[in-house]
Write a protein that binds this ligand. Structure first.
Ligand code: SF4
Ligand code: SF4
Length: 57
């Protein structure tokens, strides 16, 4: 599972567009990863401000 640091996210929406599972949605503030995430890491690798990190289980 990956999480988005909302204080870092600049709301570019790129992660939402590239997620193969469509697991990222726009939240009231910034973006959020939902529980359909399969931890492929693509969003984290491509976030321009590195706001997405892997959450230890
Ligand atoms: S790619 Fe990064 S900065 Fe852009 S919306 Fe996603 S988390 Fe926010
Ligand atoms: S890790 Fe992969 S499946 Fe999970 S939100 Fe990011 S791009 Fe989507």
């Amino acid at each position: 599972m990956y999480i988005i640091d909302k204080s870092e996210c600049i709301e570019c929406g790129f992660c939402k567009r590239i997620c193969p599972k469509n697991s990222i949605k726009k939240a009231e503030y910034a973006y959020e990863i939902t529980d359909t995430c399969v931890s492929c890491g693509l969003c984290a690798k491509n976030c321009p401000v590195k706001a997405i990190t892997k959450k230890e289980e």
